[in-house]
Design a binder for this molecule. Sequence first.
Ligand code: ZN
Length: 247
Amino acid sequence: MAVYDDLSPYTYWTAEEGIEVADLNVGWLGAGEFPTGPVDPAFLAGLNVLAELPVNATRGTHDCPFCAQAWGNAEIHVLGPDRTIYGAPSLITHYVDAHGYLPPQPFVDAVLIRVRAFWDTIERFDPPAAQEAQFRMSLRWFMGKALTWSLWDAAEVINGGPVSKETFRDFRHWLVWQGSSTFTAAVCRPDTLAAISQIRNGLPLMDPICSITPLAPAEPEFYRVKGIARTQRFPNLTALREAPEGS
Ligand SMILES: [Zn+2]
């Protein structure tokens, strides 16, 4: 794969080729040394979202030069606040996640601004902005992050009965619309859902986009996490609902 210094002028493609060009290079790593360091988890989350909207795909692929366990065949372009377009190989998510690559700060900031724009749309409750492709891509990615057994199990505790995969999808959609801090807390520790007033008071969960999505009982499909009792895993939620043991 082509190797370029971070923040050097982008030259991989030219506009004459009828392709989306960037201004500056980021993350075109070769087998040599590169800057490493911890990154804000929100940055990696944003980068993963952007990786779902790659540009300039090629027919050939490039293997990771460090482990050959990952490959890419496209680029991620990120628009900075000063209108600079940063062009990175799609492998950059793997470089950051698996090899500790620390991209230059202006690029990190540009990605974080995009993540903030997503949560701002949520927190402003802006349905027109929620129709944009970038937003919908982010929404799908965050809903995917909430697709965990633990959260599914917690939804059943809230529901007092089985929750189908369709209902759990609606529940995750509702959860993203609760905003960044509630969402993040619930994905990391589902028992924090007990602090939400609708759940505490046993009210239907009002989804601002899809009207009402109450968790509906008595649906046949459900996951059950074996092992530790629900009362131990979700002490606050089970105290609210006094649900029967699910394990
Ligand atoms: Zn690798």
